[in-house]
Design a protein around this ligand. Structure first.
Ligand code: ZN
Length: 161
């Protein structure tokens, strides 16, 4: 079976950034599986593994636009520290959820402190990075009806219910 929309893929992967040989993220021993074609992977990686079969190894390079986005300096905002809860500990790199005027939540990451402001960055921490994935396809199977209606994988490595 080939990787296609509505298949469940199990794969090992290693992620390296730009020209750095250090592995910053990985999934080993088949612990990472996902429902293909439901937005569970970044677009560039999803495109690159479409049609692959069990047993295939692949080196995939993903540019920022198809990865975690191009850095946008206008997404960096300052928020008065006084608007945060008193017991809130500012920790660089910590993700937060903010709400826009329409009540839609969006993620930001704490980038630093400037005077009385906490600097929040709406760019994903990996925005602007070129992503190098080494992937190894361990298994490809058809998703079950329940998995399709839930949009995620069940069983080992998936949702426990
Ligand atoms: Zn479920």
């Amino acid at each position: 079976m080939k990787i296609d929309k509505n298949t469940v893929v199990t794969m090992n992967y290693e992620l390296r950034l730009n020209d750095d040989p250090e592995v910053v993220d990985s999934g080993e021993n088949g612990e990472f599986n996902f429902l293909f074609g439901h937005g569970n992977l970044i677009p560039g990686l999803e495109k690159a593994i479409l049609g692959l079969k069990k047993g295939i190894d692949r080196e995939v390079t993903v540019q920022p636009a198809e990865g975690y986005g191009v850095r946008d300096e206008s997404k960096i905002i300052g928020m008065p520290r006084s608007s945060l809860p008193k017991d809130f500990t500012v920790e660089i790199g910590l993700p937060l959820e903010l709400e826009d005027q329409n009540g839609h939540s969006f993620p930001v990451w704490i980038a630093g402190v400037q005077g009385d402001d906490v600097v929040l960055d709406g760019n994903h921490p990996l925005a602007g990075d070129v992503l190098h994935f080494s992937v190894q396809i361990l298994n490809v199977r058809a998703a079950t009806k329940d998995e399709l209606s839930h949009g995620h994988v069940h069983g080992p490595g998936g949702h426990p219910h």
